[in-house]
Design a protein around this ligand. Structure first.
Ligand code: PEP
Length: 250
């Protein structure tokens, strides 16, 4: 059976002192969780979070990385740099990066490959816009994004990729996909992976849902057949609220 993986995405929020205080409050609340618990934090919080989450069940991730190892890319951070300070996960291709920073399916694919070269676990975001949804293109968009993101990876690497299905119209809007809709979209992604990489990979790959997940809807979403947890933005900024999402099954 697949494990639930629940990741918070703090986006561009939290100063180091706030991050440390958060982890101290959050840790006792989630220490008995059966789910994998991840906090994806700003670069400036990474080291503080890693130090403060040592010897706990909380894993730390970044929210982006460059695909090159080093070089003349002013302002960028590489996978090698993240690994060197103990980062374990990295979000790749979040819709905000696709929308505001020209992230493409090609750059997403390069970043995923670089993440694996640096022994980081990628959390890869795919999702349709409202316009695409309304014109009946959801399945085509999300399966194509998935196929292009994973292009050239080995079966083992795909098994170790976390995919986050995040309908763009549901991110930060308070609108959530119904659990049935989200589960069907995730089934379509799993089916695409099955066609390319086989059933063993598709049955093991973790596929999360993201988009206005909160404590009041987490259980309904996470207890469907194919949703393996969530990527949580706004609701992960408060330790009490996020701990209720992590402990959705209590
Ligand atoms: C996200 O940032 O990935 C996200 C899903 O945000 P929110 O939970 O705030 O919709």
């Amino acid at each position: 059976m697949r494990k639930k993986v629940i990741a918070g995405n703090w986006k561009m929020n939290m100063l180091p002192n706030e991050a440390i205080e958060y982890i101290q409050t959050f840790e006792p609340m989630v220490k008995n969780s059966k789910a994998e618990v991840i906090l994806c934090v700003p670069y400036t919080d990474l080291f503080y979070c890693i130090m403060n989450a040592q010897n706990t069940n909380i894993k730390i991730g970044a929210q982006n990385m460059h695909f090159a190892e080093n070089g003349a890319y002013t302002g960028e951070v590489s996978g090698k740099m993240l690994k060197a300070i103990g980062v374990e996960y990295v979000i790749i291709g979040h819709s905000e990066r696709r929308q505001y920073y020209n992230e493409t399916d090609e750059s997403v694919n390069k970043k995923i490959k670089s993440a694996f070269e640096n022994d980081l676990k990628p959390i890869v975001c795919v999702g349709e816009t409202l316009e695409q949804r309304e014109s009946g293109e959801t399945e085509k968009i999300i399966t194509t994004q998935t196929k292009l993101a994973l292009d050239g990876l080995s079966k083992e690497q795909v098994k170790n990729t976390i995919i986050a299905y995040e309908p763009i119209w549901a991110i930060g809007t308070g609108k959530t996909a119904t659990s049935e809709d989200a589960n069907n979209s995730i089934k379509a992604i799993r089916n695409e992976i099955k066609k390319i990489y086989g059933e063993d990979v598709s049955e093991n790959v973790i596929i999360q849902y993201g988009g206005s997940v909160k404590s009041s809807n987490a259980k309904e979403l996470f207890t469907t057949s194919d949703i393996d947890g969530g990527l949580v933005g706004g609701a992960s900024l408060k330790p009490e609220e996020f701990s209720k999402i992590v402990n959705y099954d209590e």
